[in-house]
Design a protein around this ligand. Structure first.
Ligand code: SF4
Length: 201
């Protein structure tokens, strides 16, 4: 039997704008939540776009990047592909890298799913940022890497301390121009401001 595959939208192998330290950022494809103002609407559709990978191949791709502290999983919605993603995160964490996951679901909603795959993915996380992105409540209290004030940063392991100064410094935005394509990542409100707008909207 073939192991479940994962559809991913995009990766940045080495970023400092998506969590503590240098991290491999992984955006998964597909999100049914569809928060108004989401900065990644091109990642909503679940069955096309991006690329399909096996968990083992993706984990090997991540672990081949030198000097990263961990991975940050963004979306799209990570918990809409929990089985194969849990396998990626399990392998990466076993190799000593930390795991940070962003989800539009609240932690309570995830627990109510009573899904072994969801539980397996949660078990890999050192850090979880949960809750819908609410564009009417932009984060302004100095919490780095958090999009809106309703979202909660959970510390699931002792790998990170709540008073780590890296969680309270200014947000950053990164620009990359690779193979003729500009990518912008980091602080959602700022990154979104640079994206191309449809002049008819
Ligand atoms: S949960 Fe995340 S990816 Fe999904 S719509 Fe909301 S902000 Fe966008």
């Amino acid at each position: 039997m073939t192991a479940p595959q994962l559809r991913i939208a995009q990766v940045i192998p080495d970023t400092e704008a998506e969590g503590p330290g240098k991290r491999f950022a992984l955006w998964v494809q597909g999100c049914s939540i569809r928060c108004p103002g989401c900065c990644n609407p091109e990642m909503f559709v679940a069955d096309r776009g991006g690329r399909v990978v096996s968990p083992a191949d993706l984990a090997a791709e991540i672990l081949a990047v030198p000097g990263i502290e961990g991975i940050s999983v963004l979306g799209g919605e990570p918990f809409e592909q929990p089985g194969p993603l849990a396998e990626v995160c399990r392998i990466v964490r076993a190799a000593g890298r930390s795991i940070m996951i962003y989800t539009g679901y609240t932690l309570d909603e995830l627990k109510e799913k009573n899904s072994p795959d969801v539980e397996a993915l949660l078990a890999t996380a050192d850090l979880l940022v949960d809750g819908r992105y609410d564009q009417t409540k932009p984060e302004k209290s100095g919490r780095r890497w958090i999009g809106s004030s309703n979202q909660v940063l959970h510390f699931f392991s002792d790998r990170y301390a709540k008073d780590d100064p890296r969680f309270a410094t200014s947000n950053t935005v990164e620009f990359r121009f690779v193979n003729g394509q500009l990518t912008i990542n980091g602080w959602p409100q700022a990154a979104d401001a640079f994206r191309r707008r449809d002049p008819n909207k």
